[in-house]
Design a protein around this ligand. Sequence first.
Ligand SMILES: [Zn+2]
Length: 282
Amino acid sequence: MNAPYARLETLEPGIARVLAHNPSAFTYYGTQTYLAGEREVAVIDPGPNLSEHVEALLGAVGGRKVVAIMCTHTHRDHSPAARPLANVTGAPIIGCAPLALDAVGPRADESFDGDYRPDRVLKDGDRIDVDGRELIAVATPGHTSNHLCFALGHALFTGDHVMGWSTTVVFPPDGDMGAYMESLEKLRQRDDRVYYPAHGPPVTNPQQYMRHLMGHRLQREKQILRLVGEEPRDITDIVAKAYPGLDPRLVTAAGGSVLAHLLDLERRGLVVRSEQQWSIAA
Ligand SMILES: [Zn+2]
């Protein structure tokens, strides 16, 4: 694939990125690690622990002070390079909380980085100083329960909450559609001028894009309500009807999204289930 792997690309003064070589049906060309700052930098979403990527990041840093290594969430394509980078640069790992693996058990499936150990966890609104500017945490649970975006001036680093190439996977039990919709609404009410997602190109029309994403989810919700209103259905049946011609690699993810919608609708009293069959609430 002709993508700019392991190359430093400057996007605007004080914001640059390096693409990791981990393309997949879920990551597009791969994970984009951002460098924020000029004389000193924060590294946002260090990415997978691939030696080529870690070396490219160290080259991009080029001896500047790294004030923080920041993760939006702890999926394995986002956080594992934090530790090797911290070991070389001495920078603290600051950002999202780890998932409490023992407490949540099945929340932490194989897509999670169980080795993530932050030095400092940021809450919504917490800020750190990077090169004389403030980087502010914006809590955005939904894709995962621990997801944060990071705001820097007019730009928002959106991790996997909002991606530039595809809709976000919301996979229960850790993924939560109700929380995800609230977190979309939270961004819609902000006035960011550009989003820098971990996957896909920058989003330069955030307001319009948020309306589009929210509309898409509401359409999907309506469609699921209509399908289970026709007759009781299981998730496989709903996926087959709602996602015709779906890439087979994405069937499991689509099933997760449908389940996330159904759990949200169940919580709102709109659907009920009996065994594997979902139907409309009487
Ligand atoms: Zn993710």
